[in-house]
Design a protein around this ligand. Structure first.
Ligand code: UD1
Length: 434
């Protein structure tokens, strides 16, 4: 199992480039199920979740070309035949986002069998809202042997109001609605940029969608969709992670190839914490910090609020800030697994339910620590970058799920980080669900 060895103390200086958004690429790959034609996606990140999605689509009979050469961040997917519309447990258990195929499979093939995702590292994460929406659209759903089976000759447009804002739920039902008969109105939708990415691809494929990016989405169903070529937007969570890396190391970092418009809440918080952030044109942000960072509270919210996927990384920063920072996690239960490892490195953090209270600044000292999920790993990398001495991070396969060649990117701007074990190959390592 690969490990990272990180020696702390270097300020990060220079330019780092952001890859395509994993959480956009996953639903966009699932959208290829909706057409017999080819769908080509550019700016696909080379991360393990994408490889898992490729395996999932291939297991259903799709043909997926996915290059791993340096210059190939492109995939072409052909679902001209879908011989086996089943998402098997072996794959779903490693990536909960596999439930994104439920809606498109029912819409295209009239049936889907999808393994029910088990519990995972950051809480229960049910899919009841996906099911409720499909039932409203006329699907019959049964549950047997750990699988959900959904059937519908043709889905019907419906009016639905999400009980809770869900990102993949919005995406899943949007993909179901585009081929349904008649109009679908979805209220209380997720407004995340990744929903907009998916909607833009579906529109290029011939779907009629209005309102993506707002809380009400209207869809006029069409009988069929055609192929398309689409470029995935930059990953706002990877970009946010680099911004924190620049600030926590008191560096001077340009985060290039990002979309500053998607980073509002993170940038505002970094400024409140004492970093200087400048937006350089349409696709770059510069972060600088030289003096003492200041405590600043966060409360995770749906977009455009502070993203839950940045909570762990931001918490690493608060350990270096002067004063008391309160970090509230409102989206997921049990998303504080980085805390005990940060404490082992010397951080002063107390958790009470969904609230963590961080007292800083703490002098972090290098330690052997364990990554427990994707964003927790990123938090530990950030802490190790400022810890005194050499930290060893175990189970970096969690990191490889969502960050492309993070160690190379960080090394390029001055970090002392190396991978122990094999060079990351997205086709190899096995994962745990989170
Ligand atoms: C997506 C992102 C993930 C991010 C999360 C919140 C992808 C592939 N993953 O996850 O990185 O952390 O959004 O921004 O895009 N819920 C239900 N019933 C459901 C669905 C969700 O109760 O049917 C609850 C969840 O338990 C959670 C909340 O709704 O408390 C939000 O979850 P959701 O937005 O669905 O997260 P994901 O889409 O799984």
């Amino acid at each position: 199992m690969d490990k990272f060895v990180i020696r702390g103390g270097n300020p990060l200086v220079g330019t780092v480039r952001v890859s395509g958004a994993k959480n956009s690429a996953l639903p966009c790959m699932a959208a290829a199920i909706l057409t017999e034609d080819e769908v080509t996606l550019e700016n696909i990140p080379q991360v393990r979740d994408i490889e898992t999605e490729r395996r999932l689509l291939e297991s259903m009979g799709a043909k997926v070309q996915l290059g791993y050469g340096r210059a190939q961040h492109r995939t072409t997917i052909s679902c001209s035949t879908l011989s086996d519309p089943v998402a098997k447990y072996e794959i779903v258990k490693t990536m909960r986002a596999s439930s994104l195929v439920l809606g498109p499979l029912v819409a295209r093939a009239g049936m889907a069998r999808v393994a029910i995702p088990g519990g995972c590292a950051i809480g229960g994460r049910p899919i009841d809202l996906h099911i409720k929406g499909l039932e409203k659209m006329g699907a019959t759903i049964t549950q047997e042997h750990g699988y959900l089976e959904a059937r519908a000759d043709r889905l019907r447009g419906a009016h639905m109001v999400f009980d809770k804002i869900t990102v993949t739920g919005t995406e899943d039902l949007l993909m179901a609605a585009v081929l349904a008969e008649g109009e679908t109105v979805m209220e209380n939708c997720a407004r995340e940029p990744e929903v907009c990415d998916l909607s833009a691809l579906l529109t290029l494929m011939g779907a009629k969608i209005d309102g993506a990016g707002t809380s009400t989405i209207r869809v006029q169903g069409v009988p069929r969709l055609h192929g398309a070529r689409y470029r995935i937007n930059p990953d706002r969570i990877e970009a946010g992670t680099f911004l924190v890396a620049g600030a926590i190391t008191r560096g001077d970092l340009i985060v290039a190839n990002c979309n500053p418009n998607h980073l509002g809440a993170v940038i505002a918080k970094l400024e409140e914490a004492g970093a200087r952030v400048d937006i350089l044109g349409a696709d770059s942000v510069r972060v600088r910090a030289d003096g003492q960072l200041r405590a600043a509270d966060i409360s995770t919210e749906e977009y455009p609020g502070f993203p839950t996927d940045m909570q762990a990384q931001y918490m690493a920063l608060t350990t270096q800030a002067d004063g008391v920072s309160v970090v509230k996690e409102n989206i997921f239960e049990n998303r504080f697994m980085h805390v005990q490892e940060l404490v082992r490195m010397g951080a002063n953090i107390k958790v009470d339910g969904g609230t963590a209270t961080v007292r800083g600044p703490a002098k972090l000292s290098a330690a052997a620590v364990m990554c427990s999920d994707l964003r927790a790993s990123a938090s530990l990398v950030l802490a190790a970058l400022v810890a005194d001495g050499e930290s060893i991070l175990d189970r970096v396969y969690h990191m490889d799920r969502g960050y492309e060649r993070i160690e190379e990117k960080l090394r390029g701007v001055g970090a002392q980080i190396r991978r122990m074990g094999n060079v990351f190959n997205p086709r190899e390592s096995e994962s745990a669900a989170d």
